[in-house]
Design a protein around this ligand. Structure first.
Ligand code: RIB
Ligand code: CA
Length: 309
């Protein structure tokens, strides 16, 4: 089996945690390292959460701290959904892991330049670290196979009528990545809202009774409580793991290649991913946008990985 070498950049975050779980367990994924960004919570909290998750799941990869703030904006965390810790709902044992000495940008640049094989960069938080790495060392563009991101929406947003959280938090970073001429695959709210952690999913995964399923169940119960109180949802959309499930089985997504522009105009649509689905503007296409998802296959992938350990 051909494995896909990846760097995962994230802001754990309940759904990021499940993305880390999938990336750390499936043999199709060669997880080279995890870089952390502020987003769902402050950088130190998303960083500590990442170390705790790697310790609990026995994932032995470098964890590198990245940017504490977006490129232009100030950080506004998402405490209502992810809680004061950023990962409310699970009590980890005493942390014995520490951060790698390299910053996220140093790790991304060094790993990509040193790799004999092209690397896929997966982002499940604001895209600050990847954007800064591209600006610091543009040579990495020659050895990045694909950027797979959770973010954006070709319909409506989840932090404003127009914008999704990851893009809205750092629109300028997203603008840099979407205009980098890299292969960009955007997995937006349009498909992630189709994989809600409904009560029957909780029951299905709880019954597996492995370390991973215990983590999944405890985190998702809190995630769902918060999603219910904020959005009135019966189950939270499991956004971030769709990126990894796509790498495990690309057939779970229907993709359409189109021009996508990031609105950095500071108006009411600031941070919107303007997806030109019908090619009205006849601009150069730059993004593979996820239009639909095979939800049943997604949950099968999650179940398989929860059974793994
Ligand atoms: O809009 C959903 C995204 O914002 C997810 O990545 C979630 O973890 C938050 O970061
Ligand atoms: Ca996230």
């Amino acid at each position: 089996m051909k494995t896909r070498k990846i760097i995962l950049d994230c802001d754990p975050g309940h759904d990021d945690a499940i993305a880390i779980l999938l990336a750390g367990s499936n043999p199709a994924i060669d997880l080279l390292g995890i870089t952390v960004v502020a987003g769902n919570q402050t950088l130190i909290k998303t960083g500590i959460n990442t170390l705790n998750l790697c310790q609990y799941l026995e994932i032995d990869v470098p964890v590198c701290l990245g940017s504490a703030n977006p490129i232009i904006k100030n950080i506004e965390v998402c405490e209502l959904i992810h809680g004061e810790t950023g990962l409310d709902g699970f009590d980890f044992e005493t942390l014995k892991r520490d951060f790698d000495s390299r910053s996220a940008v140093e790790f991304i640049v060094q790993t990509i330049l040193d790799s004999k094989d092209p690397i896929t960069v997966v982002t499940t938080g604001p895209m600050t670290n990847l954007a800064l790495a591209i600006k610091v060392e543009p040579k990495i563009l020659e050895n990045i196979e694909e950027v797979v991101l959770m973010g954006g929406s070709y319909t409506n947003g989840n932090v404003s009528p127009a914008a999704e959280f990851n893009i809205f938090t750092d629109p300028e970073a997203a603008y840099i990545v979407f205009n980098s001429k890299l292969k960009v695959t955007m997995i937006g709210l349009d498909v992630t809202r189709q994989v809600k952690v409904l009560p029957e999913i909780i029951s299905r995964m709880e019954g597996i009774n492995t370390k991973s399923s215990i983590l999944f169940t405890k985190l998702m119960k809190v995630f769902n409580e918060n999603q219910k109180s904020v959005f009135g949802l019966e189950g939270g959309p499991l956004h971030d793991p769709v990126t990894i499930a796509y790498l495990i089985d690309p057939t779970i997504l229907d993709l359409k290649y189109m021009h996508c522009d990031i609105d950095i105009s500071h108006g009411p649509s600031y941070g919107r991913t303007n997806c030109d689905i019908f090619d009205y503007l006849h601009l150069e296409k730059n993004t593979f946008v996820a239009m639909d998802i095979n939800s049943n296959r997604f949950w099968d992938i999650v179940e398989i990985e929860l059974k793994n350990k």
